[in-house]
Design a protein around this ligand. Structure first.
Ligand code: ZN
Length: 151
């Protein structure tokens, strides 16, 4: 289904899907949030250990399609050691990127999701973990679903 994505991007997504990074619960978590994408059945829970505004550690659990898992895995790799504003800024970049296929700033490895905009049904899979991490940073207790979110 991703025949249009270039091979490298496919490989990165498949690698993170098969061997998700930081895929475990986090006993030291200071906040967490759940995300649910009813369209696809993706369910994620993110765990964050904050020190002030800095994410000292981050992990996730859950089940879902390859895109949602790979997105959460790459998100945790990106977010570890970053601050809340760093993550909010990258959320905006990733959001634009999965909607349009274009990005303005340096998104690093997250660029592998640029091709997702060609598959509208998968956009919610790619952005789910990002909605969840933003909810966790805000301290929202209620699970986020891609139905109630703007995308
Ligand atoms: Zn999905």
């Amino acid at each position: 289904m991703f025949e249009d994505l270039n091979d490298l991007y496919q490989q990165v997504i498949l690698d993170h899907c098969k061997k998700p990074r930081n895929f475990h619960e986090l006993p030291a978590a200071t906040c967490s949030a759940q995300g649910f994408n009813p369209l696809c059945g993706d369910q994620l829970k993110l765990f964050l250990a904050m020190e002030g505004d800095t994410i000292k550690d981050i992990s996730f659990t859950g089940s879902g399609c390859c895109i949602s898992k790979a997105s959460a895995s790459l998100l945790t790799e990106f977010a570890k050691g970053k601050t809340k504003p760093d993550v909010e800024k990258m959320f905006a970049e990733v959001h634009d990127m999965v909607m349009t296929g274009k990005y303005a700033g340096d998104v690093g490895k997250l660029a592998v999701f640029a091709g997702v905009h060609k598959y509208p049904a998968r956009v919610k899979c790619a952005i789910l973990a990002w909605h969840a991490v933003i909810a966790a940073l805000k301290g929202d207790a209620a699970p986020v679903t891609t139905e109630s979110a703007e995308i």
